[in-house]
Unconditional design. Structure first.
Length: 485
């Protein structure tokens, strides 16, 4: 096989070649490096690369392991020993991790090779990867548009064949939304299904590590490798991990799919709405039962999310003060000046905005009116999903209300940027699992842009959503399309 063609393979396809001895892991890594050197200057998906260390791992890779010899890109929010972990922020510009996060330990145990860190919105706060304190990533389908966020670097790398697969984090849709805008598969697992130990916290009750891949099968393989209990994470669920890959090929006869009437709002792009209608009809052809469900508290999701997420962020980011590590203001007059100028110089505008909002929400006199009330509505949102899952096996919706928007189009309008996650963030509030996969294209200004379909499942039912998503994917060709960069 021509080495230049290797990066276009899926993880499953690459695994077969490796096990048959038709290609070696070092050859794969060299081909991927050449692809990145050619493509990444156009899309800016990566913040750092460590091919020297990766090559040493590739030379001794055990290809009999589930992901043996497969290179995997990592969102720059997850600690990999010896590699930078900047969170795309100036406040951590020179920081290098001293340890592996649990998900990285799990990847290595499965034989995978973490080789590079992908660009993100600073501390994962954003929906377009334009809030990165280092650079903006561009969508491989149209270089004038965003790839989504905050895992935009991971999504763009996978879409451009500059990664076989990647890890991201999803706090309010930060895996699923960029997956939709970039035309790849993105998975947000159940809260507690994957360890958060070693993952820089944004909002601790919402954050989850998940995968971005070219196919549903690849996502099932990657998620099976990283899922499981971790005693170092107090929120980790001590539950067995299902055989995600083994469940893929079951048929959908009798499966009940819910359509939430609240998700088909007036703000959906007509081409996205048309793609959803076509997907619903397609599921009907599998003899799946389509059921209308109601999620009445959906309208409060954005407000609830931004009260709770910013409150948790203001607490989590207090640790970045320049005392122990990271950026430090020069020649401070006193300790207060040190703290103030370090954080002023180190944090970007969106991070500051969320810290201020979160501090306000938690302040005396406002806690009951905002934070406590938001927690009560969060429980109502969770109950909406619980009630719906008594009637259906999965819930179908658009992932994003619109296709990829232009770079700079929403940077001066934070509310419009926040609304990009209107269909994804309720799942984080409820702690359930979800997946986004390609389901069509929108033609905008003469350019074909991917549209994503979201499937949500009840807690710990990842195997079911993989099964449903795989059946849809294998009966369509949307996932086979490639951007022409």
């Amino acid at each position: 096989m021509n080495p230049a063609d290797l990066p276009a393979l899926t993880i499953a396809e690459l695994q077969k070649l490796l096990r048959r001895g038709e290609v070696s892991s070092p050859e794969v890594l060299s081909a991927l490096r050449a692809r990145i050197e050619n493509i990444d200057p156009k899309i800016d998906a990566y913040l750092s690369l460590d091919f020297d260390a990766a090559m040493k791992e590739a030379e001794k890779a055990n290809i009999d392991l589930p992901l043996g010899g497969v290179p995997i890109a990592i969102k720059d929010l997850i600690n990999v020993a010896g590699q930078p972990c900047t969170c795309a922020s100036k406040i951590l510009a020179n920081y290098r991790s001293t340890y592996d996060a649990t998900v990285i330990q799990n990847l290595r145990a499965a034989g995978a090779i973490p080789f590079g860190k992908t660009n993100i919105d600073e501390f994962a706060m954003g929906s377009s990867t334009e809030n990165s304190g280092i650079k903006s990533t561009r969508n491989p389908w149209d270089l004038s548009r965003v790839p989504g966020g905050s895992s935009g670097g991971s999504a763009a790398a996978v879409a451009a064949d500059a990664a076989f697969g990647a890890l991201g984090t999803d706090t309010g849709g930060s895996i699923r939304q960029p997956a939709a805008l970039s035309g790849v598969v993105g998975v947000k697992p159940t809260y507690g299904r994957v360890s958060r130990f070693g993952v820089t916290a944004f909002a601790s009750s919402l954050d989850q590590v998940g995968s971005l891949t070219k196919t549903v099968r690849d996502s099932a393989m990657l998620m099976h490798a990283i899922a499981g209990h971790d005693s170092q994470d107090s929120t980790s669920l001590n539950e067995s991990v299902a055989d995600y890959v083994g469940a893929l090929d079951h048929d959908l006869r009798g499966v009940r799919i819910g359509l939430p009437k609240e998700y088909m709002t007036a703000g959906i792009d007509p081409q996205v709405k048309s793609a959803m209608d076509a997907a619903v009809k397609h599921f009907g052809s599998f003899e799946a039962e389509i059921v209308e469900v109601s999620l009445p508290h959906t309208e409060y999701g954005v407000a609830v999310y931004y009260f709770l997420a910013t409150a948790e962020a203001s607490t989590n980011l207090a640790r970045f003060d320049g005392v122990r590590y990271g950026h430090r203001a020069e020649n401070p007059r006193d300790l207060l000046d040190h703290y103030g100028r370090t954080r002023e110089e180190g944090f970007g505008p969106e991070v500051k905005r969320r810290i201020i909002l979160g501090t306000y929400v938690l302040s005396s006199g406002y806690y009951d009116a905002y934070y406590l009330r938001a927690q009560k509505v969060r429980e109502l949102i969770r109950q909406d999903f619980a009630n719906s899952f008594q009637k259906v096996d999965a819930i179908l919706s658009p992932t994003s209300p619109v296709p990829a928007f232009k770079l700079g189009e929403r940077t001066n309008d934070p509310l419009q940027m926040y609304l990009a996650d209107v269909f994804t963030l309720p799942a984080n509030l409820a702690g359930i699992c979800g997946i986004s996969l390609p389901c069509g294209f929108a033609k905008v200004e003469g350019v074909q842009l991917p549209i994503g379909l979201q499937l949500l499942g009840k807690a710990l039912d990842e195997a079911r959503i993989f099964q449903i998503a795989h059946a849809y994917e294998q009966s369509t060709d949307w996932h086979k399309a490639k951007p022409k960069i």
